[in-house]
Ligand binder design. Structure first.
Ligand code: MG
Length: 274
């Protein structure tokens, strides 16, 4: 088995989860900008991934820019893009989609060459839309019931919030549709599906051993990294603790646990001997 320092020495790209990893809510961690500067200095590329498809890529880039992170467009990967990658790989004939999704996600699907239609779709994509109507839900169930390919963008049942409310997310909407139609999605593209990381590796022509994924959740970020065969790094700045990580079976544990991005910077510098 290859040692962690030699895997760190070989890295060409790091994939970052967002909330709990580079910021918490609207507060950027003070370690984030110095860490990204180090990666540029070491010529290591980076991407950001999120399951939350309520925003388009352009809206996320603007959000990152507000926090001081300048990121090229292709570095932002939303579960919408993993869904696009899945469609291109598995259903290359599909062009016309019926969606139950946010306007931002529909924008990204159109940018990838898909048409969003109400009639005669070739597939159904369910994501997360906080403004959908009952009528739209009924039409979605109808198209699913017709046996069309049915994809969900991500499995999250709720979107975390500090407000006095519950935000049912894509997974909960799919559960409702399952009750109504008897069908589950044929595929769920977002984390923990490795489709998210495969999209990044495909785009940048990277082998799995040249990539690390860092995140704060064991059952999404770490599991996706393990399933995709990339270096799985857990940061303790968000949800999971080291104790929880240690309680998992060996095959599901992170390869590396760091307190924060500063510690990852230090390990990268040590591994590269500079
Ligand atoms: Mg997170």
């Amino acid at each position: 088995m290859t040692s962690i320092p030699s895997r760190l020495a070989r890295l060409r790209h790091i994939v970052f989860d967002m909330d709990g990893t580079i910021y918490l809510g609207n507060r950027l961690f003070k370690t984030t900008l110095p860490h990204l500067a180090l990666l540029r200095q070491l010529d290591i590329g980076y991407s950001f991934v999120t399951n939350n498809c309520s925003r388009s890529r352009a809206e996320y880039l603007a959000h990152l820019r507000e926090m001081g992170i300048e990121a090229p467009a292709e570095s932002m990967v939303v579960s919408t893009h993993a869904t696009i990658h899945y469609l291109q790989q598995h259903l290359p004939h599909v062009r016309r989609l019926f969606t139950l999704n946010s306007p931002g996600a529909d924008d990204d699907l159109r940018l990838a060459g898909f048409e969003i239609v109400d009639e005669a779709p070739q597939a159904v994509v369910v994501g997360w839309d906080r403004r959908f109507t009952y009528d739209r839900l009924c039409r979605t169930a109808w198209h699913i019931k017709q046996g069309l390919p049915y994809l969900a963008t991500h499995p999250d049942r709720i979107c975390p919030t500090n407000e006095a409310t519950v935000l049912p997310d894509c997974g909960a909407i799919c559960a409702l549709l399952e009750t109504a139609t008897g069908r589950r999605p044929d595929a769920v593209a977002g984390k923990p599906s490795p489709a998210m990381l495969q999209e990044v590796m495909h785009r940048h022509i990277l082998a799995a051993d040249e990539v690390a994924m860092i995140g704060d959740r064991l059952y999404t970020d770490v599991r996706m990294a393990r399933d995709a065969g990339v270096l799985a790094v857990l940061t303790l700045t968000g949800e999971a603790s080291a104790v929880e990580a240690a309680s998992l079976p060996a095959a599901e544990r992170p390869d590396l646990i760091v307190e924060d991005l500063d510690e990852l910077s230090a390990q990268l510098v040590a591994a590269r001997g500079n």
